[in-house]
Write a protein that binds this ligand. Structure first.
Ligand code: F6P
Length: 568
């Protein structure tokens, strides 16, 4: 590790680096012509080999991106000029790179193996030992629930987990639960409640038996309005339903017993958990050096251990750790994680490509784009650098996506022929979970054929002559031409296992870090969510209070007048 102080004290203005100027010249000189990918593929028979990377379970093919060897060289120079490696090492070592909150950023410690206890002391604490102590308690608790030793207050086995949280306390566990569903082996299903819209809780509990339901309240701060409101709502639902069924009486003691058996919590704020009425013995902690959107592999993932078991969670953590190790130890030129982050900077700042699609060709990953939206956009959607100065470039890609092939019949038109180019990450797996024959053909191969067809069409397009050769009338030819040179990265895995999923999530965590470092951002704070929270508190009384209404702006007043008029 070298020069940590430079890496964390003063962000380098990336636009003033030598690499930036060289990249600009490279862009102006080498990228202003059509059919780049066709030309490069024809000129270099080894292009794919040179730009393919195997990392544990995953193959990364970067060859259909807008880059050549010189681009890789300059992007790595750029990384070095902004001290990317030093800052990466500082993060892994627990330095306070989250400057605005003066915190270490140590989600990578959550997946360090137990044997590494004693090797990472942060602010006087052995963080690896702490992590494994909580993991041990989580495994013991989950084992009791899965085996039926832990029952509801009437002695029935738990069949459903309702996990209540929002943002990082929801998106990660929800996405992973959906992704790993085939691994659920204890007859326990999970539901996730996040929205403060009462519909969410009402819909998720409508058909539930409270006697067999376990509620996990997940909140890093345990102050989040949505989560506490839903937790109170769930408590009311549970107690009222149990009373109505005659399962418990109306006494406070009966209520306390029921809460004890049906509510557990995950938080860094165990004092507030106690105040809420949840027994601290049933609470699982984590630490302020874990950002909410980086917390799925902390106690925030408790529902996953209940559903899938200890072994699967360990495999997930190993996947994370393997990707961490790869990112931390591989030289930039060979480090596909760093390269993907640098490539995103290349697209945003030189090509003006401001959005990025993530397109999983796996239905089980249907929540993955939503998960990545928080990870990437809450981290890098900023216009101030980590020392309080203004950014000097565009930052923060807009991440979005849907699983293929559904997206093909919705928004791919714009990706193929729109005026703006959108880099896309395609994610697919060789081995499916379910039988794949429809009586005629291997449906999984048909599915994967679509994935490959899309990346091929985006890269190489279709020329006017090819369109004409199909007998298309001349006036219609332009509408049927595909320009090509639309960049894609293909991530191809053997199977969507817990290990592969851990790798994938760690990959995007580190891509986000790389982008943030180049742009000079503190990717680990989220001040941009605060104003809306403050104003919601101030505005809500105005629905019924004239004084509060009078304090609002004209538009808010008018919308509340409409509400008052229409509310039944
Ligand atoms: O409002 C944004 C945010 O702070 C996220 O960063 C976080 O993941 C989410 O709210 C939930 O916070 P908590 O886990 O503290 O309830």
């Amino acid at each position: 590790m070298s020069d940590i102080s430079t890496a964390i004290n003063k962000p380098i203005d990336v636009t003033q680096t030598d690499a930036w100027a060289l990249l600009q010249t490279h862009y102006d000189t080498d990228f202003n012509q059509p059919d780049l990918l066709k030309t490069w593929f024809n000129q270099d028979p080894h292009r794919v080999e040179k730009l393919s990377f195997d990392v544990n379970d995953l193959r990364f093919d970067l060859s259909k991106n807008l880059l050549v060897a010189r681009t890789v060289e300059l992007l790595c120079q750029l990384g070095r000029e902004v001290h990317l490696e030093e800052r990466r090492d500082a993060m892994f070592a627990g330095k306070h790179i989250n400057t605005t909150e003066d915190r270490a950023v140590l989600h990578t410690a959550l997946r360090r193996p137990a044997q590494q206890a004693g090797t990472l002391m942060v602010d006087g604490q052995d963080v690896v030992a702490d992590v494994h102590e909580v993991l041990k308690r989580m495994y013991a608790f989950a084992h009791k629930v899965r085996s039926g030793e832990w029952t509801g207050v009437t002695g029935k086995r738990i069949k459903t987990v309702v996990s209540i949280g929002i943002g990082g306390s929801d998106l990660g566990p929800y996405m992973m639960y959906e992704a790993l569903k085939p691994y659920a082996d204890a007859g326990i299903t999970c539901r996730f409640v996040s929205n403060i819209d009462p519909t969410d809780l009402a819909e998720k509990t409508a058909d539930l038996d409270p006697e067999t339901t376990l509620v996990i309240v997940v909140s890093k701060t345990f102050t989040t309005l949505e989560t506490l409101t839903n937790a109170r709502g769930a408590r009311t639902w549970l107690l009222e339903s149990l009373r109505a069924a005659g399962s418990i009486d109306n006494s406070d003691q009966a209520a306390a017993n029921a809460i004890e058996r049906h509510f557990v919590a995950v938080s860094t704020n165990l004092e507030l958990v106690r105040e809420f009425g949840i027994n601290p013995d049933n609470a699982f902690g984590f630490w302020n050096w874990v950002g909410g959107r980086y917390s799925v592999d902390s106690a925030v993932g408790l529902a996953l251990i209940v559903a899938f078991g200890e072994q699967r969670f360990q495999e997930l953590l190993e996947g994370f750790h393997d990707m961490d190790t790869y990112f931390a130890t591989t030289p930039l030129e060979k480090n596909v994680v760093a390269l993907m982050g640098l490539l995103n900077v290349w697209y945003v700042n030189f090509f003006g490509m401001s959005s990025h699609a993530v397109l999983p060709y796996d239905q089980y990953l249907h929540r993955f784009p939503a998960y990545l939206q928080q990870l990437t956009m809450e981290s890098n959607g900023k216009s101030v650098r980590w020392d309080g100065t203004a950014t000097t470039t565009d930052t923060g890609e807009i991440f979005w996506g849907e699983p293929g092939t559904n997206g093909q019949h919705a928004f791919y038109q714009l990706i193929h022929q729109g005026t703006r180019k959108i880099p896309c990450d395609f994610i697919a797996f060789v081995n499916p979970v379910h039988p794949t024959r429809d009586g005629q053909q291997d449906v999984h191969e048909l599915f994967l054929g679509n994935f490959l067809a899309q990346t091929k069409a985006l890269a190489f397009g279709k020329t006017a002559d090819e369109v004409r050769a199909e007998g298309t009338p001349e006036w219609m030819v332009p509408a049927r031409v595909f320009s090509g040179d639309r960049p894609t990265t293909s991530i191809f895995g053997s199977a969507l296992t817990p290990h592969a999923l851990g790798e994938l999530v760690a990959l995007y965590e580190h891509i986000t870090f790389v982008e943030g470092t180049v742009w000079g951002l503190d990717s680990y704070d989220q001040w941009g969510v605060e104003l809306g929270k403050q104003l919601a508190k101030q505005i809500t009384p105005a629905f019924h209070d004239d004084e509060a209404l009078a304090q609002q702006d004209a538009s808010t007043r008018s919308l509340i007048a409409f509400y008052r008029d229409k509310r039944r």
